[in-house]
Design a binder for this molecule. Structure first.
Ligand SMILES: *Cc1c(COP(=O)(O)O)cnc(C)c1O
Length: 385
C-alpha cells in the first residue's frame, strides 16, 4: 500500500530503482543483449549460470530458478511432500503469497501468532497448532529479519515436520552466521524488482541441500516433464526467463554491498528517531537482517502515513491486513482476535523509505517530517483531551 501522493509532490520516494541501476546500466544492457543473441529465453545457459552463482552465494548445494517467489514456495512445499488435505503452519503477518502457495498445494494453512519483539513466528505457539495432519512449517523472515530458526527447527524435528523458509525478503540475511533459506529443508526467494535482489520482471528460486527436493522442484517447474513429453508429475509452468537470469547475474555481485548500505541507512534512521514515541524495528542478537524494509510501529498509523504524504514523504504499510482477515481467506474461518499480536501490529506497522541508492539527506528529511507529524498529532490529542 503506497501513499497516493501525486508524484510531483514526492520529495522522498519509497523506492528508486532507476537510481539503483543507472551506475551499471551499460553492463545490464549488454547482459540482456547476450541473451537476445543466443535466443536463450526460457531456461537455458543463463538460468543455469545464475543457479550456480546463487547456490555459491547461499553456500548451498542446489539453487533452482523458477518464475517467481510464489512459484518457489509452491514447488518447495510440493517437493517436501505437502499433499492435498495436509496442514501447513505459518503466520498471518506476511505477504499473501506465503499462504496462497499452501492452498495451491491443496493444503490448509494453520496460523500461529507472531512474537511481539521479532514480529516473526512465535516458536512457543507452534506445538499447540500441530495435529496428525500437519506436514510442514513455513517461517517467514519478514522485512529481512531472520525468524527464530533454532527453536522452529527443534519443534519440527521433534514432530517429523518439514521446514520451508519464506526468504523472499531476506536475500543475504544471516542467522547465527548462516545464510537464511539454507537452514530448513528448502528456502524460497523472490526476485521481484523491489526485492533486495530484483530482476527486470518476475523471477524466483528454491535453494536446498537436499538432492531429492532439488530434483522434484526441477521437474515441477517444467510441467513435471522428465524427458520430452514424459510427464511424471502434475507440475506447472514455473520456469525462469533467460533475460531475468542474465540481469540477476549482473546484480548478484552487488548484493552484499547493497545490503551493507541498507544497514547503514537503518542505523541512521535509528539515530534520527531514537527519542520519538515509536517502536523501532528490532536487531535480534545473533542475526543479521537484510533490511528489506525499515518497519517501525506507531499509534495512529493511518494518520501518520497521511501526514507524511502531505509532507512529500512516500511511506508504505506492510501489511495493512493480516492474511486471515483478507476476504480471500474468509473461508478458513479463523476467529477474529485469535492472532492478537498479528492483528494489532497490522494497525501499527509503518514502512519508511529505504533502498541502497537512497541519499543520507533523505533519512534526515524523513526523520524531520516524522517528528513534526508526531508533534502535530500529540497537540491534536492533547486539545481533544
Ligand atoms: C515477495 C514475496 C513473496 C512472493 O514473491 P513473488 O516473486 O512476488 O511471487 C512471498 N513471500 C513474501 C514474504 C514476499 O515478500
Amino acid at each position: 500500500m503506497l501513499t497516493p501522493a501525486p508524484r510531483s509532490l514526492v520529495k522522498v520516494p519509497f523506492l528508486d530503482l532507476a537510481a539503483e541501476h543507472a551506475p551499471y546500466a551499460v553492463e545490464l544492457r549488454s547482459a540482456m543483449d547476450a541473451v537476445v543473441l543466443e535466443s536463450a529465453f526460457s531456461g537455458g545457459p543463463f538460468v543455469e549460470q545464475f543457479e550456480r552463482e546463487f547456490a555459491a552465494f547461499s553456500a548451498v548445494d542446489h539453487a533452482i530458478g523458477v518464475g517467481s517467489g510464489t512459484d518457489a514456495l509452491w514447488a518447495a512445499l510440493r517437493a517436501v511432500g505437502v499433499q492435498p488435505g495436509d496442514e501447513v503452519i505459518t503466520v498471518a503477518s506476511t505477504f499473501v503469497a506465503t499462504v496462497e502457495a499452501i492452498t495451491r498445494c491443496g493444503a490448509r494453512p494453520v496460523f500461529v501468532d507472531i512474537d511481539e519483539r521479532t514480529c516473526n513466528m512465535n516458536p512457543a505457539l507452534i506445538e499447540a497448532a500441530i495435529t496428525p495432519g500437519t506436514r510442514a512449517i513455513v517461517p517467514v523472515h519478514l522485512f529481512g529479519q531472520p525468524a527464530d530458526m533454532d527453536a522452529i527447527l527443534a519443534v519440527a524435528r521433534r514432530h517429523g515436520l518439514a521446514v520451508v523458509e519464506d526468504a523472499c525478503q531476506a536475500h543475504g540475511a544471516r542467522y547465527k552466521d548462516r545464510p537464511v533459506g539454507t537452514l530448513g529443508d528448502a528456502g524460497c526467494f523472490s526476485f521481484y524488482p523491489g526485492k533486495n535482489l530484483g530482476a527486470f520482471g518476475e523471477a524466483g528460486a528454491v535453494v536446498t541441500n537436499r538432492a531429492d527436493v532439488a530434483g522434484f522442484v526441477r521437474l515441477l517447474r517444467n510441467h513435471g516433464q522428465r524427458t520430452k513429453y514424459d510427464h511424471v508429475l502434475d507440475g506447472w509452468n514455473a520456469r525462469m526467463d533467460g533475460l531475468q537470469a542474465a540481469v540477476l547475474s549482473v546484480k548478484l555481485p552487488r548484493l552484499a554491498a547493497a545490503n551493507e548500505r541498507r544497514r547503514e541507512l537503518a542505523s541512521a534512521y535509528r539515530r534520527q528517531l531514537a527519542d520519538l514515541p515509536v517502536e523501532l524495528p528490532p536487531e535480534v542478537p545473533g542475526t543479521r537482517s537484510s533490511w528489506h524494509l525499515f518497519v517501525l510501529r506507531v499509534h495512529g498509523r493511518d494518520a501518520v502515513l497521511a501526514s507524511l504524504a502531505e509532507r512529500g514523504i512516500q511511506a508504505a504499510v506492510h501489511y495493512p491486513v493480516p492474511v486471515h482477515r483478507l476476504p480471500a481467506f474468509a473461508s478458513l474461518n479463523v476467529t477474529v482476535g485469535s492472532l492478537p499480536v498479528s492483528e494489532r501490529y497490522a494497525t501499527e506497522f509503518l514502512s519508511l523509505p529505504l533502498y541502497p541508492a537512497m541519499p543520507d539527506s533523505h533519512v534526515v528529511l524523513v526523520g524531520q517530517a516524522l517528528r513534526s507529524c508526531l508533534a502535530d498529532h500529540a497537540s491534536v490529542a492533547s486539545r481533544a483531551a
